[in-house]
Design a protein around this ligand. Structure first.
Ligand SMILES: [Zn+2]
Length: 241
């Protein structure tokens, strides 16, 4: 008798859970969104650090609880060590954008190794041992060269051409008209108009339920295991050459 009662109670409880859960999956009004689902996106900034523009961006990102990824140029690290440390301390991902922003596509293996290796060593000297993912300048690399890398490579899916436009309104429009969850967005923290644009983009997308994460976090959230030498454009798209 006792066991029967327990089974009955379990069945009743299951029925109660189902009856309360089912209606939640069926919206009262089909035109309403099902629920505020979190959408993840990665903002990436190339060509820094720059002491007169990057700190303002970091302040704005901190105020908004947004994380980003910075691909740094090795020859600009000296004198900006505190800024680079601040990026890491505030939860951003720090990556490698070569030593002198040279185009790697078509370059010799020695050039690739020197340009990437020197920057990796400089980042390690500032931040300690770590995995510093690489974005090749201009996003260009030969498919054979990709095999030289021991870390994942990062391209982008949304490129507002902010370095050329230098216009906050145009940057914001270019990004918001294209961005989808899972995307990697390319911008430059070395351009003052881009810093303003990036913060407006964060405000606009956070209001729509987006959350800004690092590239590494983005791939993990979408269940992607990053591979060395593979170039990622978004959580779903790998760059093909
Ligand atoms: Zn660049």
């Amino acid at each position: 008798m006792k066991r029967q009662r327990v089974i009955f109670l379990l069945l009743a409880l299951t029925a109660l859970i189902w009856s309360t859960r089912l209606p939640m999956t069926i919206p009262a009004d089909a035109s309403e969104p099902l629920e505020e689902e979190t959408k993840f996106v990665a903002l990436t900034f190339d060509d820094g650090p720059r002491s007169d523009t990057t700190p303002r961006l970091l302040d704005g990102l901190r105020e908004r609880g947004a994380s980003a990824t910075f691909f740094l140029v090795g020859q600009q690290l000296a004198g900006n060590e505190a800024l680079v440390q601040r990026m890491k301390d505030e939860g951003h991902q720090v990556g490698n954008h070569t030593w002198s922003h040279v185009e790697l596509q078509g370059a010799t293996e020695a050039t690739v190794r020197t340009e990437v290796g020197k920057t990796d060593a400089a980042l390690t000297a500032i931040l300690g041992e770590g995995e510093y993912w690489v974005r090749p300048p201009y996003g260009l690399l030969d498919s054979e060269q990709q095999k030289l890398f021991s870390v994942p490579l990062v391209h982008w899916y949304v490129d507002p051409q902010d370095w050329k436009l230098r216009n906050t309104d145009a940057d914001v429009k270019a990004v918001l008209s294209k961005v989808q969850p899972g995307d990697i967005i390319l911008m430059h923290d070395t351009v003052p108009a881009s810093v303003d644009a990036a913060l407006r983009i964060v405000d606009a997308l956070e209001a729509k339920g987006y959350q800004f994460v690092t590239v590494k976090e983005l791939l993990a959230l979408y269940g992607v295991t990053p591979k060395a030498g593979t170039m990622y454009r978004s959580a779903e798209v790998v760059a093909e050459y």
